[in-house]
Design a protein around this ligand. Structure first.
Ligand code: AMP
Length: 367
C-alpha cells in the first residue's frame, strides 16, 4: 500500500489490534473498579484507540483529550509542542493517559510535566503500542497492549504525513534497502571470515548455522546435544532441526537491514524452506555468492584452523573429506537452484583476505 512516497505492508490485523485494546481495557478496569478515573487521550493518533478502549471499558469513567505533536514525516523531531490542554477539572482525580504509541518517551515527558503542578490523585500511562527497545524515559509504562519493534507503523489512528489514520489494521514501512546474501562454499572457503567484514561494511546481521550449533553444543542445550553426533562425524544435522533454528534466529532480529546466511542453506530442501520463510516476511535472497577454492588448499586451511580453534571437525582429515563429500552431494546442487533464479555469483576465494572482500563487495554493489 502506498502513502505519499512510501510503501507499507500489513503488520497487524484489525483483530490483533482490537485484542491489544481489550488487553489494556481489562488491565485498567481491574484496577479501577471502585472509582471514576479520567482518561486523557493524546491527539491526534489516539482517537481510534480511545474510542475502542472506552467501548471495552466496563466501569464509569470520564474522558478528555490533549493535543501534542513531535513527528514530522518518518522521524520524531524531538520538539514536542502542546497544542491543546485538558480543560476539565481534574484536581483530586486519577488521570490515566491513553497513548496510541510510546517510543522514545519524549511526548510522554512533556505530558507528565504538564500534569506536574496539578494536584491529582494518581497519574498512570496506558499505551496501545510500546516500542520498549527505544524507550528512554524514566516513567514506567503502567499498561500496554503490545510491545513492538522499532518499525515505523501507520493505521488505526497513526499516520505518515497525515495519511493512513483511517486504516483499521496496522501497516509497517517496507524497508526498501534490505540486502540478504547467502555465502556459499565448501568448509574452509572463508565464509565466516568474509561475513565478518561484509556485515560491518553493509550493516548486516550474520547468521552462521555452524556457529549457532557450536554455541548450543558448548552450552549443552538440547539442540546442542542433538547436533553433536552429526557434527562430530562431519555429517549434516537433519533439515527440520536446522531450518527451525535458522527461522528463530531471523525472527530475533526484526529490525536488521539484511542478513548474511553463512552455512545455510546446505540442501535444496533448506533453500526451498528459506525462500518460503522469507516470503512470509516480505523478504527475499538478493544474491548467493560462492567462494571457490580447491580441496587441497581447503584441507590445509582447515587443519591449520583446527590447531587454534579446537574444532574437532577441523582436526581430522577423514572428517574434513566427509564434509566435502556432503557438500558435493547435497550442497553443490544448490548452484543450479540459485542459477535458475538468476542469483548465483562466483568469486575466487584464493588470495589475501582483503582482496577477496573487495571481490565480494564488487558483486554486492552491482546488485
Ligand atoms: P560450519 O561451521 O558451517 O562448517 O558447520 C559445522 C557443522 O555444523 C557442519 O559440518 C554440519 O554438521 C553442521 N551444520 C551447519 N550448518 C548446517 C546446515 N545448514 N545444515 C545441516 N548441518 C549444518
Amino acid at each position: 500500500m502506498q502513502l505519499h512516497d512510501k510503501n507499507f505492508i500489513p503488520y497487524l490485523s484489525e483483530a490483533d489490534v482490537l485484542a491489544a485494546v481489550q488487553k489494556v481495557a481489562d488491565a485498567v478496569a481491574a484496577d479501577y473498579q471502585n472509582e471514576t478515573p479520567i482518561f486523557v487521550g493524546v491527539l491526534n493518533g489516539s482517537f481510534m484507540f480511545v474510542a475502542d478502549f472506552l467501548k471495552a471499558y466496563p466501569h464509569p469513567c470520564e474522558v478528555s483529550f490533549v493535543k501534542m505533536s513531535s513527528y514530522q514525516g518518518l522521524t520524531s523531531t524531538g520538539i514536542v509542542e502542546t497544542l491543546l490542554d485538558v480543560s476539565e477539572d481534574i484536581e483530586g482525580k486519577s488521570v490515566i493517559i491513553l497513548e496510541d504509541i510510546v517510543d522514545t518517551g519524549r511526548t510522554l515527558k512533556e505530558l507528565i510535566h504538564m500534569f506536574s503542578d496539578i494536584n491529582i490523585k494518581e497519574f498512570k500511562i496506558a499505551t496501545l503500542f510500546y516500542k520498549s527497545e527505544i524507550y528512554t524515559g524514566e516513567y514506567t509504562i503502567d499498561y500496554f497492549g503490545m510491545k513492538i519493534p522499532d518499525k515505523f507503523i501507520v493505521g488505526y489512528g497513526l499516520d505518515y504525513k497525515e495519511l493512513g489514520r483511517n486504516l483499521r489494521a496496522v501497516y509497517q514501512l517496507n524497508q526498501p534497502h534490505m540486502i540478504n546474501l547467502v555465502l556459499f562454499g565448501k568448509p574452509g572457503a572463508g565464509k565466516g571470515t568474509q561475513a565478518e567484514f561484509l556485515k560491518e561494511k553493509y550493516n548486516l546481521k550474520h547468521i552462521s548455522t555452524g556457529d549457532l550449533f557450536r554455541y548450543n553444543m558448548s552450552n549443552d542445550t538440547e539442540l546442542g546435544k542433538l547436533a553433536k553426533s552429526y557434527i562430530d562425524r562431519g555429517d549434516l544435522v537433519p533439515d527440520e532441526v536446522t531450518i527451525k533454528m535458522l527461522q528463530d534466529d531471523v525472527e530475533k532480529n526484526p529490525d536488521a537491514s539484511g542478513f548474511i546466511f553463512d552455512g545455510f542453506p546446505r540442501t535444496t530442501a533448506q533453500a526451498e524452506a528459506l525462500d518460503a520463510f522469507l516470503s512470509t516476511k516480505n523478504m527475499k535472497i538478493n544474491a548467493t555468492i560462492a567462494l571457490e577454492a580447491n580441496d587441497e588448499v581447503l584441507i590445509q586451511r582447515l587443519l591449520e584452523r583446527g590447531k587454534v580453534s579446537g574444532r574437532t571437525d577441523d582436526q581430522d582429515e577423514d572428517k574434513i573429506r566427509n564434509r566435502f563429500k556432503e557438500y558435493n552431494q547435497k550442497t553443490a546442487p544448490l548452484k543450479d537452484f540459485y542459477e535458475a533464479q538468476g542469483k548465483f555469483h562466483s568469486v575466487n576465494g584464493i588470495g589475501a583476505i582483503d582482496e577477496i572482500t573487495q571481490r565480494l563487495a564488487k558483486v554486492i554493489e552491482e546488485l
